[in-house]
Ligand binder design. Structure first.
Ligand SMILES: CC(C)(COP(=O)(O)OP(=O)(O)OC[C@H]1O[C@@H](n2cnc3c(N)ncnc32)[C@H](O)[C@@H]1OP(=O)(O)O)[C@@H](O)C(=O)NCCC(=O)NCCS
Length: 147
């Protein structure tokens, strides 16, 4: 039986672990300073998920009035397919609804079919493609979901 998952606001104390996971999860990871500046910025909703005290996932989002954008979501490889990203997104949807957000959007690499499947089962739909969005030249699929 896995330990209970706890989800709460991301803080500076989480940044080493967040950045460590980021480096494992993404081919072009954000720098640590980037996460740091997101924590200091207004209109942000940044979460971490922990299991047994260890960081197992995070979600960094920005929002403004009725629009929200999920900048980052990742789960440690060993902890995937256990509903952790789903729990982070559920928390995000609750916050968004409570704050009058009407649309949530995000970008995902065109080749990242696993993440696209994840978003699709949460009712995100592909809206359009942004060519050469990522530093290595890969296109992004922009996906959106109305609340
Ligand atoms: C995408 C990611 C965040 C999903 O995290 P997760 O905690 O494993 O997701 P969940 O367990 O909540 O998945 C819920 C459902 O989404 C779908 N899903 C999730 N990952 C999937 C995958 N790799 N392939 C197909 N479907 C997937 C499934 O329907 C899954 O339900 P199931 O396990 O009962 O079949 C995780 O794979 C990850 O961190 N990937 C690397 C970073 C990344 O690509 N982030 C997104 C960038 S845009």
């Amino acid at each position: 039986m896995p330990d209970a998952l706890t989800i709460g606001p991301a803080t500076r104390a989480d940044l080493d672990a967040v950045h460590g996971l980021e480096t494992e999860a993404f081919p072009a990871p954000w720098r640590r300073e980037f996460f740091d500046s997101e924590l200091a910025a207004d209109w942000r909703f940044n979460l971490v998920a922990r299991r047994d005290g260890a960081l197992v996932g995070y979600l960094f989002a920005m929002w403004l009035f009725d629009e929200m954008h999920v900048n980052k979501i990742a789960v440690a490889e060993w902890a995937r397919r256990q509903g952790i990203a789903g729990a982070l997104m559920a928390r995000c949807f609750t916050f968004a609804r409570e704050h009058g957000v009407k649309t949530i959007s995000l970008e995902v690499r065109r080749s990242n079919h696993g993440a696209q499947d994840f978003y699709r089962q949460l009712d995100f739909k592909p809206s359009y493609v942004r060519p050469r969005y990522y530093p290595d030249g890969e296109a992004a699929v922009v996906m959106t979901r109305d609340l």
